[in-house]
Design a protein around this ligand. Structure first.
Ligand SMILES: C[S@@+](CC[C@H](N)C(=O)[O-])C[C@H]1O[C@@H](n2cnc3c(N)ncnc32)[C@H](O)[C@@H]1O
Length: 398
């Protein structure tokens, strides 16, 4: 897929998507050291450009005809470590949505801190994405379940034109590894414990058999007197006896490979670029999930609630409910895993497939009716969700 990355930083996310098999044709960032390091490691397709300049960049992106746009707009305005005032940085989330509306790639991936979801900027961006015709999957992914030795939890919004919301959520969950990746998986340290400056009153010392906490710019700082005077009660050993990771070791924890170089930037800048990155193994996993769906190799899982609804609300037997569910799955396989914004479109697409046309009239009617029931259940679910939200708002106002 022809891929463009916006807000590419030093290239963690690009590296992961490249490894998954995406063709990075252009990447943009306004920070000179980040672009220089990107060019030294990922490729010469990174450009220094201010993405506020929608009038110039918009037509450039449209002309490149990307299949997918990826990127993590700046998060300082939302981040728990920041002041949480929505300013120019938050507006870059809106700019991301504007670029999608202009270039209209089939797919997009936007990464940000979890707190972004509660922002006005995200509400505006989301509305633009919906108006542009994207189905959205909004998932918080913990990097430690995707090959990264770090409990980094980030919001990933994956969009695809014409899909129902949540179309990729189950596939992202299925892509998780069997166990969390831990520090000792990535680093061969002589010490058994490491220190990382905790956020607020968090724990500072961790065993190498645990994942590292989310890497921040200050992760290589030694314990300060304030922490030493009031250590976390769960620290397994005193913080002074634990190892403090070097910049290179932190880069490994953030998924940068051993041969990665940092030719440009002050030490502080480089720590910032490392902390900013989407760890490449996590990006690679998300990219792999997208490619598998694009190739029709996966289908969205039908939630258990559908079976219960068939039994309780439609009076179906357990066997008949199972049959309906497997007919839904069969129809979805014929549709290459694609979901649709309306039942009419879904059935039209199903009827256009050769395999469907080759089926007996009876099987065709079973598949149509299974999709119809599933759509009914989804509509009821959406209504129930809206009613719950309204009740919660009324309760909060009372
Ligand atoms: C969270 S970092 C992205 C990290 C990147 N995804 C990675 O994996 O390495 C956000 C980036 O947005 C860039 N940025 C902020 N404002 C910008 C603007 N107006 N135009 C272009 N880039 C900008 C910053 O320089 C920073 O590198």
């Amino acid at each position: 897929m022809r891929t463009i990355e916006l807000f590419c930083g030093a290239g963690g996310m690009s590296l992961g998507f490249q490894r998954a098999g995406f063709d990075l044709v252009q990447a943009y960032d306004a920070w000179e050291p980040a672009v220089a390091n990107y060019r030294a490691n990922v490729g010469k397709h990174a450009w220094l450009h201010d993405l506020k300049d929608v009038f110039t960049v918009g037509p450039m992106l449209a002309a490149l005809q990307p299949d997918i746009i990826i990127g993590g707009p700046p998060c300082q305005d939302y981040s728990v470590a920041g002041k949480k005032i929505e300013g120019e940085n938050a507006s870059m989330t809106r700019a991301f949505a504007m670029y999608l509306s202009i270039a209209r790639p089939q797919w997009f991936v936007m990464e940000n801190v979890r707190q972004a979801r509660k922002s006005k900027a995200w509400a505006d961006a989301r509305a633009m994405m919906k108006a542009a015709g994207y189905g959205l999957t909004e998932s918080v992914l913990d990097a430690s379940w995707y090959g990264v030795p770090q409990t980094r939890k980030r919001l990933f919004v994956v969009g695809r034109l014409g899909e129902r919301d949540d179309f990729l959520a189950s596939a992202l969950v299925s892509a998780r590894s069997d166990r969390q990746t831990v520090i000792s998986d990535a680093l061969d340290l002589p010490e058994r414990y490491v220190y990382s400056r905790p956020f607020r009153d968090g724990r500072g010392v961790r065993s190498v058999d645990e994942p590292f906490p989310s890497v921040m710019r200050t992760a290589a700082e030694r314990p300060r007197p304030r922490y030493l005077n009031s250590p976390h009660p769960d620290d397994p050993i005193p913080a002074t006896e634990a190892a403090v990771l070097t910049r290179d070791q932190l880069a490994r924890i953030q998924g940068f490979p051993e041969n990665w170089v940092w030719p440009v930037g002050t030490d502080r800048n480089i720590h910032q670029m490392i902390a900013n990155a989407v760890p490449a193994p996590l990006a690679e996993a998300v990219g792999g999930v997208i490619l598998a769906r694009q190739a029709g190799e996966t289908i969205p899982t039908i939630e258990g609630g559908f079976l219960q609804w068939l039994r309780r609300s439609c009076g179906r037997s357990a066997q008949s409910s199972w049959n309906t569910k497997s007919q839904c799955n069969r129809a979805r396989r014929l549709l290459g895993g694609k979901t649709f914004t309306s039942l009419a479109l879904e059935i039209e697409a199903l009827e256009a497939t050769e395999a469907f046309r080759a089926m007996t009239t009876r099987t065709q009617s079973d598949l149509r009716s299974a999709l119809r029931l599933h759509a009914e259940w989804l509509a009821e679910k959406v209504e129930r969700r809206a009613a719950r939200k309204k009740a919660a708002t009324l309760r909060a106002a009372a």
